[in-house]
Structure formats: C-alpha cells, structure tokens
Design a protein around this ligand. Structure first.
Ligand SMILES: CC(=O)N[C@H]1CCN(c2c(Cl)cnc3[nH]c(-c4cn(C)nc4C)nc23)C1
Length: 278
C-alpha cells in the first residue's frame, strides 16, 4: 500500500475491467473494480495517438491536474491516472445513475423542484471551483452525471482553466457559450453563470434558449441575448426572473452564484440536500 504521502503507481493489472459505460471523443469509459479494495470506478481509456493528432495533451494534463485536486460532492472525483505504450487511463469516480442528458431526454423537461435542486447543487460546486480560481467553461447536460443518491456530478474538466491563464480557444457546442466567448474576448468565472442559466432554461423547457438550425443563427441569438420563454410548458415567473438575471450580456451584471442560492425560486424549490426525491 502506498503511504498517504507518495503517489501509488497504478497499472491495468490492478483492475478487473467490466462493461463499457460510454464513449468519449478520445476513447471509451469502462466500469472497473480495483482488485485490492473491490472499489468500483469508471476507467476512462484514451488513445495517445488520437490525443497527439488533436494536440490535446496539454488540455488532458490540465484536466487531470485540476480535477484531481477538486473535492466536492457535486464534482466527479479523479482518483488518479496511469499510462502504457499506447493509452492513457483516468481513474474516475463511478456515477451509479448515469448521464443526466439521457434522463432529460427521457423526461423531456424537469419539474421546477428537480431543476432548482440541480441548479443549486451546480451553483455550490461552481462556487467551490471559482474559490480555487478554476472555471469550468463547459457546463452542459452531456458533462453532468448522476450519483447513487440522485445527486448531480460535474464531469469532464477538459475545458476548465485556472483563471490566471484564461485561454480564448473555441470549445464544444456553441449553445452554452456566453457572448464574450462567442466573440472570443477575455472571459472570467462569470462564463459559468451564463452556462448555468442556459442549463436552467434547458432543464425547464427541454431545449436550450438560443437553439437555431444554423450555427450562425445560434451565434447571433447569443450575442443579441435573444431570450424568449415559450408558453408551454408553464414555468413560474420566479424561474424566468432567475434565468433573466443570469443570461445578461455584460458579464459583470450577471447574478453572482451566492446570490443565486438566495433567489426566491431556488429557496422555494431546491431541496437543501441537493438530492431530488421524486
Ligand atoms: C465522455 C464521457 O466520459 N461520457 C460518459 C461515458 C460514461 N462516463 C461515466 C463516468 Cl466518467 C463516470 N461514471 C459513470 N456512470 C455511467 C453510467 C452509469 N449508468 C447506469 N449508465 C452509465 C452510462 N457512466 C459514467 C462518462
């Protein structure tokens, strides 16, 4: 056993590999069990060749560096990593209830209580990250997992950065990007407030607020903050008020996350435990 100080050298032989859980862009994620402790984990296998081709090694190193130091109930743990000739392996926490976007597809949209409970737990996770000068920059349903008790876990810190070296690289789907990132100007932690507002809208309506057929239309709707609330499903004015305070073009005017936790819609609808009980 490695003492607390020194880092344990993991190898593939330390694990029994189970069923594939899903496929990321650079490889697969498998259910796995660490043999000595019988601890169940998710083993993300990435091919070095593909990482080199896409020049994302630095991004992966940053993802590992950032996520391995974050400890929060709503952030998926990264326990460690190892590599062999061809592959890099990330030892990740296993989220027993799977991917949030599948749950959202199944339900079409969430109740106000469920949406508020998730938004509040994500706000607490982001407050924790911002406190460590980490911005996630890629908050969207595909990067959220559900733990055994129904709690939300932010995964995939592939696009997160330490705020002192803010980068302007374009990333992921446009839907969640705030105006300053779409216009690729300087950005700060308030980008995550914008994305959380987009996510809250999608939890309640089942579609993101600036969705459009063409990329160029989504781009224009974002920079113009062309925010419209459909008449169906019926959503409380308190929820619309919160979303309207987050989706603000001027990033300095967005509702701060600690104020979000005091917003009437969150106070009246979010379960304090962060667990949505059907
Ligand atoms: C890009 C990427 O890593 N996407 C997903 C694939 C599985 N992965 C998981 C990761 Cl990284 C961690 N835990 C998971 N749990 C599951 C899962 C559980 N059920 C019942 N069904 C699934 C699926 N998947 C994961 C993240």
């Amino acid at each position: 056993e490695a003492s607390a100080g020194e880092k344990k050298r993991w190898t593939l032989s330390d694990f029994d590999i189970g069923k594939p859980l899903g496929r990321g862009k650079f490889g697969h994620v498998y259910l796995a069990r660490e043999k000595r402790s019988n601890h169940i984990v998710a083993l993300k296998v990435l091919f070095k060749s593909q990482l080199q081709q896409s020049q994302v090694e630095h991004q992966l190193r940053r993802e590992v560096e950032i996520q391995s130091h974050l400890r929060h109930p709503n952030i998926l743990r990264l326990y460690g990593y190892f590599y062999d000739q061809k592959r890099v392996y990330l030892i990740l926490e296993y989220a027993a209830k799977g991917e949030l976007y599948k749950e959202l597809q199944k339900c079409k949209y969430f109740s106000e209580r469920r949406a508020a409970t998730y938004v509040a737990s994500l706000a607490r996770a982001l407050i924790y990250c911002h406190g460590k000068h980490v911005i996630h920059r890629d908050i969207k349903p595909e990067n959220l997992l559900i733990g055994a008790q129904g709690e939300l876990k932010i995964a995939d810190f592939g696009w997160s950065v330490h705020t002192f070296n803010r980068r302007r690289t374009m990333c992921g789907t446009l839907d969640y990007l705030p105006p300053e990132m779409v216009e690729s100007v300087e950005h700060d932690a308030s980008v995550d407030i914008w994305s959380l507002g987009v996510l809250c809208y999608e939890f309640l309506y089942g579609v993101p607020p600036f969705e459009a057929k063409e990329h160029s239309d989504t781009y224009r709707r974002i920079v113009q903050v062309d925010l419209k609330f459909p008449t169906k499903p019926i959503v409380s004015s308190a929820a619309k008020d919160l979303i309207s305070q987050m989706l603000v073009k001027d990033s300095s005017q967005r509702l701060p996350l600690h104020k979000l936790l005091e917003h009437p819609w969150i106070v009246q609808n979010a379960d304090p435990s962060g667990i949505y009980k059907a």
